[in-house]
Ligand binder design. Structure first.
Ligand code: ADP
Ligand code: MG
Length: 261
């Protein structure tokens, strides 16, 4: 039976009904999974905060009494714990997003501030890889959006650009607007992706597998799906253009209606 003939009453047990039941069930299971992940990652954060807190306390209090090797171990604990914290935060954010539990908190804001705040977070890492980081953002461009969420989108895109660009490369960030509306664009001269890779990279927990440069970088494959979901929460789109070996250009576009004058 096709859905096009809407006059026909639906027989119970028809293919349509079975399909709908299967879909409901799949959605229910997906919701349960999201709730489980949200709950678990929340529970994991409490002991992790204790590990970070006490390890940092030891760094300050006992650091001078330790030999260099022991100090190195302590630094490793702190570093690994922060890394784990970032992963857990990602899982928590994504499961909340999937469960529809992240409401938009909109206010008038400037995209230039989003760009500058995100740049501050990745500047050290870019410098240590000798990556050139330039930006251009129109300070007069104001939009109605959720500043925390847009900062996360921009930070996720930028941290990927830094991660997947080899030493000596270039990254450029722009905030502006064109006929379709306001945008933030992050372009890098990094490893790039094929069309297939781009499809894969947008799926949660998926990373581009066959690239040794990607494999040796840490990550769980949530940065891009989170950036996409947060952009879509604003009614926007994430446009990904990439060429293997040449670089990647990702544009976060907001609907024109979000532009404030
Ligand atoms: N700027 C980029 N250049 C090349 N590959 C990228 C870029 N951004 C993302 N990718 C690819 O998309 C995958 C998914 O990105 P993301 O969800 O942020 O995961 P993660 O950073 O944890 O690997 C990455 O593992 C990488 O393969
Ligand atoms: Mg990432």
């Amino acid at each position: 039976m096709t859905a096009s003939n809407s006059n026909m009453p639906e027989a119970p047990g028809s293919a349509d009904a079975a399909l709908r039941m299967a879909l409901d069930e799949a959605q229910r299971v997906n919701r349960a999974k999201s709730e489980f992940l949200a709950h678990t990652s929340h529970e994991l954060r409490t002991p992790l905060n204790a590990i970070i807190g006490f390890a940092e306390f030891l760094q300050i209090k006992a650091g001078a009494r330790l030999d260099p090797r022991e100090r190195g171990y302590l630094d490793d604990i702190v570093q690994a714990a922060f890394h784990l914290q970032a992963i857990i935060q990602g899982i928590l954010d994504f499961s909340r997003l999937e469960a529809g539990q992240l409401p938009l908190s909109e206010e008038p804001m400037r995209l230039a501030e989003t760009v500058e705040a995100s740049l501050r977070l990745v500047r050290n890492q870019a410098e240590s890889k000798r990556i050139g980081l330039t930006h251009a953002a129109d300070p007069a461009l104001r939009v109605l959006a959720d500043p925390t969420k847009l900062r996360q989108v921009c930070t996720n895109l930028l941290s990927n650009a830094v991660k997947f660009t080899k030493p000596g490369g270039e990254i450029r960030v722009e905030a502006g607007e064109d006929e379709s509306g306001p945008y933030i664009r992050v372009a890098d001269s990094g490893v790039g992706m094929s069309a297939e890779d781009i499809e894969r990279a947008q799926k949660p927990y998926m990373r581009v597998a066959n690239n040794p440069f990607v494999a040796k970088e840490s990550g769980v494959g949530l940065g891009l799906p989170i950036a996409k979901a947060l952009t879509e929460l604003h009614g926007g789109t994430l446009d990904i253009q990439s060429t293997p070996g040449e670089g990647t250009r990702i544009t976060m576009r907001l609907p024109g209606a979000r532009r404030l004058t």
